[in-house]
Design a protein around this ligand. Structure first.
Ligand SMILES: Nc1ncnc2c1ncn2[C@@H]1O[C@H](COP(=O)(O)OP(=O)(O)OP(=O)(O)O)[C@@H](O)[C@H]1O
Ligand SMILES: Cc1ncsc1CCO
Ligand SMILES: [Mg+2]
Length: 271
């Protein structure tokens, strides 16, 4: 089911425009190359929409928002919408400040997102439109006890926005407002490397760019692929290896992942 989506990504080499944060920009660019896409980062409002117009996918990441580049976000979003280019929103740390929250809520009003990808606290904050957890990394968890409530949250938020919602964590939930993919790939060490979420949003942008008519499956495939690569990276760790090696092995795994491996390694149920 996911193999053809990864094959399309490898075959089509989509150009993905990312407006992203300065913490993880380099990892995001390398991740895009590793998966078969082609990255371009540009956040100057004078040129950014022109770059979006040439791209097959757009990723808007709010990790290190700045006044000077802020106008590029809605402008590029509108350009992508007008041209039918898939757009991914990563509302990094949206509960941490009023500036982030107001920006994210404004973007939700002005841009039609194909996928909204965040951790549990970010999605919760956006869905409620109010103050949430302070950090950029989620400490909240999806557990057996709150799984039904989390599924209802992503389903309802997807319905309301018209976007596919991808909520990451120890369990990932991806929904288009009807179906929920409950995805169990991944490894806790992914939480020890900054930007695995940012990279996942770029991977989602790449899958969506290569498979523009299947946004739900594209997002679910990206989430399974990222988690599976975390598992492969962990299995490679030697006795002296830590989070630095894990970060490198994760990139290696994305680079070498085959459609067949993704098909066999994806672990999910539909809810
Ligand atoms: N405890 C865990 N077990 C398994 N996989 C995990 C765990 N924590 C995170 N992941 C995986 O790590 C990736 C990033 O998810 P996470 O929710 O940590 O994003 P994030 O909080 O936005 O990260 P960042 O802000 O550092 O980019 C996803 O593929 C997710 O499945
Ligand atoms: C740590 C951090 N701060 C702003 S963006 C970012 C990268 C993780 O999203
Ligand atoms: Mg994040």
């Amino acid at each position: 089911m996911f193999a053809p989506l990864l094959q399309n990504l490898r075959d089509r080499h989509p150009l993905v425009h990312a407006i992203t944060n300065y913490v993880t920009a380099n990892d995001c660019a390398n991740l895009l190359l590793a998966c078969g896409a082609s990255p371009i980062m540009a956040d100057e409002p004078e040129e950014a929409p022109e770059i979006t117009a040439r791209a097959a996918g757009l990723v808007l990441n709010l990790g290190t928002l700045h006044r000077a580049t802020l106008p590029a976000l809605p402008a590029c979003g509108r350009t992508a919408n007008a041209r039918g280019i898939p757009v991914v929103l990563d509302p990094v740390g949206v509960g941490a400040s009023r500036f982030r929250r107001d920006t994210a809520l404004r973007l939700l009003r002005e841009v039609r997102f194909t996928v909204i990808r965040g951790n549990l606290s970010e999605i919760e904050t956006l869905a409620r439109g109010q103050e949430g957890a302070p950090g950029v990394d989620s400490t909240d968890r999806v557990t057996a006890d709150n799984l039904d409530a989390c599924c209802a949250l992503v389903r309802e938020f997807a319905r309301r926005t018209g976007a596919v919602v991808a909520m990451s964590g120890s369990v990932d939930l991806v929904s288009d407002g009807q179906t929920v993919y409950c995805i169990r790939n991944g490894h806790p060490m992914m939480g020890l490397v900054t930007g695995t979420g940012c990279q996942l949003s770029c991977l989602t942008g790449a899958f969506a760019a290569a498979n523009p008519d299947r946004p739900l499956e594209a997002a679910a495939a990206a989430v399974c692929a990222m988690g599976l690569c975390g598992e492969i990276a962990h299995a490679r760790l030697g006795p002296e290896d830590g989070s630095g090696s894990f970060r490198t092995y994760l990139m290696d795994a994305v680079c070498r992942l085959t459609p067949d491996q993704l098909e066999k390694g994806a672990r999910y149920e539909l809810r």
